[in-house]
Design a binder for this molecule. Structure first.
Ligand code: MCA
Ligand code: AMP
Length: 489
């Protein structure tokens, strides 16, 4: 395979990264990452304290150059989730900024400070001896149990980014604007490694704001925007009465949404105000990118487009039969094959084996195919997986965290439709002492502290008992009726 970052081979003073006032040219990035790569060679795996800063970008590029697998860590990860990630992935060191304050579990590891102005020998371009060697281990939630570490190879990263180059006509002239977190595939692999692989540049906003998008896409010179549907929803809400935002979006070359479905209503509001259509692409931590609406094709709100180069996609019925129909109505589970796929779940051969059906990866997403091959996602197999703000969250991990609160006797978690977040986490709780139930805020803080703030329940309902069948199995569908009956709804 080619080097991951060809632009670091003969680096120029072109802008590579900008995080607010902090900017790095390819030459500066090459020197900083080159210096850091030398320091971490042979470190085994490294955890990266993935703040939305240039340090994270430099640390990840350095590790990839050194052939050291990276575990990006959400700086807001709660204690239980962090303990699981560190126990499972066993990093040999943590890379963080000199002034970052790390939680005890990470502070116990050998620490390597990331100096974004480090002066090393110019970096190698980053061609691993073995393309199958692990590049990143990204943790992702399942329906039950703690998150699993998805091992992504150099081959998978390069293949997926190069397929997007073709689908989006993505070049070194592109300036990508985004505000995504840097501990998931969307923000880190697509949003940072993507522009760097093309030799283009990225302007990261630090945190999402509609004003920031207008500023960086407009006068800031941005040509592309990546976001989750919640961000596009907030943009759509703001378009009326914000001519600068309308102009910035109208002038952008490409607006891309992913990580969850962008409602047709938001597609339409953006198209009506700006004349631009948002392109949707469909991916997953385990598969990186699978499909996209190709740039320049007619608008298709509600569709995630066609399989990307190298990706084979099929729909499979419940009984395992492959669907032949391209009729826009026969629903099957999406299964995929291709060079974009992950290598394995770390330390979980059982889960890895269960995720495949004769070489095809079972995505758990349900879809139909239109006569021209366009894929439309219509649902998800597992109701216990929630997508909130573009984050995948397992109901089971939140239920377990809630049950660990001394004032909680029983707990169930569901995802309810939410106009802003797509789905909102709702907790249904039986208090240990029904006379003195905990507050909703207390429970949200408890979950945020153990797992992560984005996993906290946004609504908490208190019930006298959870609805169960004769076998004692929880009936999640009956929760709203139980609440109405209890007179508390
Ligand atoms: C609130 N906060 C708390 C608590 N409540 N902190 C601790 N305890 C609490 N009880 C803090 C938060 O940390 C945050 O701080 C602030 O309050 C607001 O948090 P929140 O309400 O969660 O923010 P939001 O408004 O709901 O965020 C919307 C968002 C966010 C910006 C759209 O959901 C987001 O960034 N989503 C991106 C998800 C993503 O990248 N997914 C990719 C995975 P502060 O304000 O300081 O931040 S999917 C993927 O990778 C696949 C491959 C794909 O297809 O893309
Ligand atoms: P994650 O496990 O966090 O990587 O999330 C992957 C999941 O996000 C997929 O299995 C889909 O359910 C969902 N997803 C990603 N992109 C889209 C999209 N454009 N439309 C609908 N769902 C999407």
């Amino acid at each position: 395979m080619t080097a991951l970052f060809p632009a670091l081979k003969d680096p120029t003073d072109r802008l590579a990264l900008s995080f607010g006032a902090e900017t790095l040219t390819y030459e500066e990035l090459g020197r900083a990452a080159g210096a850091l790569a030398v320091r971490i060679e042979g470190a085994g795996r490294v955890a990266v304290w993935a703040t939305p800063t240039s340090r994270t970008a430099v640390a990840v590029v350095a590790a990839l150059l050194a052939g050291v697998p990276v575990i990006p860590v959400n700086p807001r990860t709660g204690e239980r989730e962090l303990a699981h990630i560190l126990g499972d992935s066993a990093p040999g060191a943590v890379l963080a900024g000199a002034d970052d304050v790390l939680p005890a579990a990470l502070a116990a590891l050998p620490r390597v400070d990331v100096d974004v102005h480090g002066q090393g020998p110019a970096a190698e371009a980053g061609a691993p001896d073995d393309p199958e060697s692990p590049a990143l281990i990204v943790y992702t939630s399942g329906t039950t149990g703690p998150p699993k570490g998805v091992v992504l190879s150099h081959r998978a990263v390069a293949a997926s980014l190069d397929a997007l180059e073709e689908a989006w006509a993505w070049t070194a002239d592109d300036v990508l604007v985004h505000a995504l977190p840097l501990f998931h595939v969307h923000g880190l692999i697509l949003g940072i490694l993507g522009p760097l692989r093309r030799g283009g540049s990225v302007r990261h906003l630090g945190s999402f704001s509609v004003e920031g998008v207008a500023r960086e896409l407009g006068a800031g010179g941005g040509t592309m925007l990546f976001g989750v549907p919640t961000m596009y929803h907030r943009i759509a809400d703001a378009l009326d009465g914000d001519p600068a935002l309308v102009r910035a979006l109208s002038e952008a070359r490409l607006l891309v949404s992913g990580s969850a479905a962008l409602p047709v209503h938001d597609h339409e509001r953006i198209a009506a105000a700006t004349g631009r259509t948002v392109v949707e692409r469909y991916g997953m931590t385990e598969t990186l990118m699978n499909t996209s609406v190709p740039v320049g094709s007619p608008p298709r709100p509600g569709s995630v487009g066609l399989p990307l180069r190298g990706v084979e996609l099929r729909l499979v019925e419940e009984d395992g039969t492959e669907l032949a129909a391209y009729d826009g109505e026969s629903v099957g589970e999406i299964q995929v094959k291709g060079p974009n796929l992950f290598s394995a779940y770390l330390n979980r051969p059982d889960a890895t084996a269960a995720a495949f059906d004769g070489g095809w990866f079972r995505t758990g997403d349900m879809a139909v195919r239109e006569p021209d091959g366009y894929v439309r996602i219509v649902g998800r197999k597992a109701t216990d997986l929630i997508k909130s703000g573009g984050y995948k969250i397992g109901a089971g991990e939140i239920e377990n965290a809630l049950l660990d609160h001394p004032a909680v006797a029983e707990a169930a978690v569901t995802g309810e439709p939410d106009p802003d977040l797509g789905e909102r986490i709702v907790a249904w709780v039986v208090a240990a002492d029904t006379e003195k139930p905990p507050t909703a805020e207390e429970l949200a803080d408890h979950v945020a502290g153990l797992l992560a703030p984005h996993k906290r329940p946004r609504t908490v309902h208190f019930l006298g008992a959870l609805p169960r069948n004769d076998m004692g199995k929880l009936l999640k569908k009956a929760l709203p009726a139980a609440l109405a009956e209890s007179g508390r709804g």
